[in-house]
Design a protein around this ligand. Structure first.
Ligand SMILES: [Zn+2]
Ligand SMILES: [Zn+2]
Length: 314
């Protein structure tokens, strides 16, 4: 399979001269298995360019089928959808997978994104056939021979991590998440950051520990893990309640799970290309110091990674 990055940024698109090399678009990754259907993970603004590429093939003729795995529906993971050209072609078929909410069906969540007065075309008016599959954490399923697993993350209103196994290889997508140590993030926004050393309740500690085990289990022996590393350690200390990790947290998971390649992802909007270069070098050195064989790199737009056999060129 071939993994390709179309958007690597967290929170909001930041085009401009200081972000050109890594790219300013928000989260979107495609996975093209050998002979299998295209799988897209998240639909930030990066999906617009992916959609244009897709239109050059069968999606331009209304004969395409693709699957979208959504980590969660915060803006930076869905804001490209209204500009995803294959949605506007009759005959195309899409399946959207995301975590089941207690209160609202997924279709209503996506529908509300383009309601008047926010956008002229409502979700219901799209020409492609779009079906929704609601997931509960831990669900395992298969898409035409691609095995999918998922587990929940530590993020306000909860995000899902996904693992894809096919063509003799594996890729895991872990964003957005805080580390599993200082604060439990669920169905409320915590306005005040906890202070270092603030005690956790036994219940919260157990939930976080189970979440960490779930993430390490999902990443176990993976070829590639793409991980939310939005914050530096200083930034995390100021905003532990925002639901993002540092490269240190990602390295810890990669080490525990024996990951071959760790891709730093969901870069902070304020992170310049030069600053990201420095982070990459710093954590490559850190992995060596720790005696890890894990390769560390930072995601940039249009980066491709071949995993296992096969995969088309998209
Ligand atoms: Zn995000
Ligand atoms: Zn988020």
């Amino acid at each position: 399979m071939i993994v390709r990055f179309w958007g690597v940024r967290g929170s909001i698109p930041v085009p401009g001269p200081t972000t050109n090399r890594y790219g300013g678009n928000t989260s979107c990754v495609s996975v093209q298995p050998e002979g299998g259907p295209l799988i897209i993970i998240d639909a930030g603004t990066g999906i617009r360019r992916l959609g244009k590429e897709m239109m050059k093939g069968e999606f331009g003729h209304g004969r395409g089928t693709a699957h979208l795995l959504i980590s969660h529906t915060h803006w930076d993971h869905i804001q490209g959808l209204p500009f995803f050209a294959p949605f506007y072609v009759a005959g195309n078929s899409f399946f959207i997978y995301a975590r089941q909410r207690d209160d609202t069906h997924l279709r209503a969540v996506f529908n509300s994104q383009t309601m008047d007065p926010y956008f002229p075309v409502t979700f219901d008016a799209l020409k492609a056939d779009i079906a929704f599959r609601e997931l509960v954490e831990g669900t395992r399923f298969e898409i035409d021979g691609v095995k999918i697993g998922c587990t929940r993350l530590n993020h306000p209103w909860i995000a899902m991590a996904y693992r894809l196994d096919c063509d003799g290889g594996s890729v895991v997508y872990v964003t957005d998440t805080a580390p599993f140590t200082d604060i439990l993030l669920e169905h409320e926004f915590i306005k005040v950051a906890p202070k270092p050393g603030d005690p956790l309740s036994e219940e919260d500690r157990e939930k976080l520990s189970a979440m960490y085990d779930g993430v390490v289990g999902l990443c176990k022996d993976a070829d590639v893990v793409i991980y939310d590393t939005q914050f530096t350690q200083d930034e995390y200390r100021q905003r532990p309640h925002w639901g993002h990790s540092t490269p240190d947290n990602a390295l810890e998971v990669a080490r525990a799970a024996n990951v071959k390649k760790l891709v730093l992802f969901h870069h902070d909007p304020a992170r310049t290309d030069d600053a990201q270069d420095a982070i990459t070098r710093e954590y490559q050195a850190r992995a060596r110091e720790l005696g890890m064989s894990t390769e560390v790199l930072s995601a940039y737009e249009q980066m491709t990674i071949q995993i296992g056999a096969g995969g088309a060129a998209l």
